[in-house]
Design a protein around this ligand. Structure first.
Ligand code: MD3
Ligand code: FE
Length: 214
């Protein structure tokens, strides 16, 4: 109700579904540790626009850290231990990332979350992510933890069928969303990013998604 008019208050917890929660501002205490860690990751594994199996270049640029990284190419979507661009393993998961993911999962009621993959998405103005399900992980029992930094975006939270009406949820710098259980396979996406430069990150939005992929 107030989400569209006023930014939410840090510390609030909003339920999007029975097993999906927005933790407003949960990542704010971690930002000073996260930003330099992103620079370290991108030195080793730069952001790149991958190509979908359908032949389209993604408007979102991505990289990964952790034991497994999400990739796409003409042959399909999958998790891989090796960065296809460098031929080396993905950079290690920084300690601050791992701590944030576990504590956010715990705060949303999912204890014992042990992520082995962190997909880092970078959105610039007009970048979008069309409705999809996350189905490349081995184990759907583990939750997914998502962290938003920089410019805000409108997240689309749909149902179990692509045609189900999607809820629009604005996500702001520092917000964390945790999805599990019956909400784990919902369709979701991100509306085209509007240009409202962020004081720390400028004209971009960075999103981490922590997963147990292997
Ligand atoms: C809802 N990323 O990388 S994270 C993705 O903001 C992805 O970059 C978006 O969707 C982003 O696959 C959204 C939030 C997210 C992640 C997994 C979900 C939402 C989800 C799984 C089930 C339902
Ligand atoms: Fe997704």
């Amino acid at each position: 109700m107030n989400g569209e008019l006023f930014p939410p208050v840090a510390g609030e917890r909003e339920a999007l579904g029975r097993c999906a929660f927005v933790l407003r501002g949960f990542a704010l205490p971690y930002v000073d540790a996260l930003l330099p860690a992103i620079l370290v990751i991108e030195q080793d594994a730069p952001f790149r626009h991958m190509v979908t199996p359908g032949g389209f270049s993604m408007s979102v640029a991505l990289t990964n850290c952790g034991a497994l990284g999400w990739t796409t190419d003409s042959r399909g979507y999958r998790y891989a231990k090796i960065d296809p661009d460098s031929g080396r393993p993905w950079p290690a998961m920084p300690a601050a990332f791992d701590r944030l993911a576990r504590e956010a999962a715990q705060a949303a009621g999912f204890s014992g979350f042990e992520p082995d993959a962190c997909l880092v998405n970078r959105y610039q103005p007009d970048s979008r992510l069309s409705l999809h399900q996350d189905k490349n992980e081995r184990d759907y029992d583990a939750p997914i933890v998502s962290v938003s930094l920089g410019m805000s975006a409108v997240f689309l939270f749909g149902g179990h069928e692509r045609a189900d009406k999607a809820m629009k949820v604005p996500l702001y710098h520092g917000d964390v969303v945790v999805w599990g259980g019956e909400d784990r396979l919902r369709y979701h996406g991100v509306m085209p990013l509007k240009e409202h430069p962020h004081p720390l990150l400028g004209s971009q939005r960075i999103n981490f998604t922590f997963r147990k992929a292997g």
